[in-house]
Design a protein around this ligand. Structure first.
Ligand SMILES: NC(=O)c1ccc[n+]([C@@H]2O[C@H](COP(=O)([O-])OP(=O)(O)OC[C@H]3O[C@@H](n4cnc5c(N)ncnc54)[C@H](OP(=O)(O)O)[C@@H]3O)[C@@H](O)[C@H]2O)c1
Length: 250
């Protein structure tokens, strides 16, 4: 389990140990906004799990004002897209070594409103927090499709999903309402357990064995946006992402 706060991670691990009885959980502190931290975490994971069967890229953030990470990347782009992009690459060897392995990318239905601003990817000239978020969610889908093509012939599958509208901190930040509205959201929207169902389905169900390069909603294949299916766009984003993460062999 990866998380940026050691205290939250340890508490989550304690909860999961209690409810499952499993001791097989290792908390690894990693800020996905730091490429250095991702490289360290990937090294630790690969050492602990040289055969990695499942990778779920779930973490995400919605920031209401523009900020940049220590790598000089706009925060939403760094955490929501480049972080999982880099982490996945660094773990590919362990995933391939597992025999059959699955990668699950948590995207969003807002990918349909996304546009990749190649001329201003970091929002330096103009920043709109919603557009920046939608850009990253479209990037999750483009990345999934391109990676699926590149993994053809291997036993590693990669799919992405919209989890539903889930009452979480991120939704609260997205809506821009005061924190107190989280209570109202919990009555109106699905909770995190239901929101996790499609991720768990893709990570573990025998129904999706061998299925790759698909977008899911409510544990069913769905159609993603026209833009997400543009192979030229997928390749262009891939190349830019390699450049921005300093990956030379991708
Ligand atoms: N909620 C929705 O309605 C909705 C809809 C569509 C898609 N999604 C997607 O679902 C995924 C999960 O979001 P959520 O709604 O469950 O939000 P959430 O409850 O706020 O969870 C987001 C998680 O990401 C972690 N995170 C944020 N920045 C990080 C960083 N720099 N490094 C490492 N971890 C970081 C957060 O850690 P901290 O607790 O330390 O902040 C938190 O655990 C996201 O990819 C989001 O885009 C959500």
């Amino acid at each position: 389990m990866l998380g940026r706060s050691t205290a939250k991670l340890n508490s989550a691990v304690r909860d999961i140990r209690q409810s499952t009885g499993s001791e097989q959980l290792t908390p690894i502190t990693c800020d996905l906004g730091s490429q250095r931290a991702i490289r360290n975490a990937a090294g630790d994971i690969a050492r602990l799990h040289p055969h990695l069967h499942v990778l779920v890229n779930n973490a995400g953030v919605y920031t209401r004002s523009r900020s940049v990470t220590e790598d000089g990347v706009e925060t939403q782009l760094a955490v929501n897209h480049l972080g999982p992009f880099l982490l996945t690459h660094l773990l590919l060897e362990a995933l391939r070594a597992a025999g059959a392995a699955r990668i699950v990318n948590v995207a969003s239905q807002v990918e349909g409103s996304g546009r990749i601003a190649f001329d201003d990817i970091n929002g330096e000239k103009h920043y709109d927090s919603l557009a920046a978020y939608c850009q990253t969610k479209l990037a999750n889908v483009l990345f999934t499709y391109e990676l699926a093509r590149r993994l053809e012939g291997s036993d590693v599958t990669v799919n992405c999903l919209h989890p539903g509208v889930v009452a979480t901190k991120l939704l609260n930040d997205f809506s821009g309402r005061p924190r107190a509205f989280q209570v109202v959201d919990r009555l109106r929207y699905i909770g995190p357990a239901v929101g996790a169902e499609t991720s768990v389905f893709l990570a573990s169900s025998s129904e999706v064995e061998g299925v790759t390069g698909r977008y899911y909603r409510s544990s069913r294949v769905a159609e993603s946006s026209l833009a997400s299916r543009d192979v030229g766009l997928q390749r262009r984003l891939w190349n830019l992402s390699c450049q921005l993460t300093g990956l030379t062999n991708c």
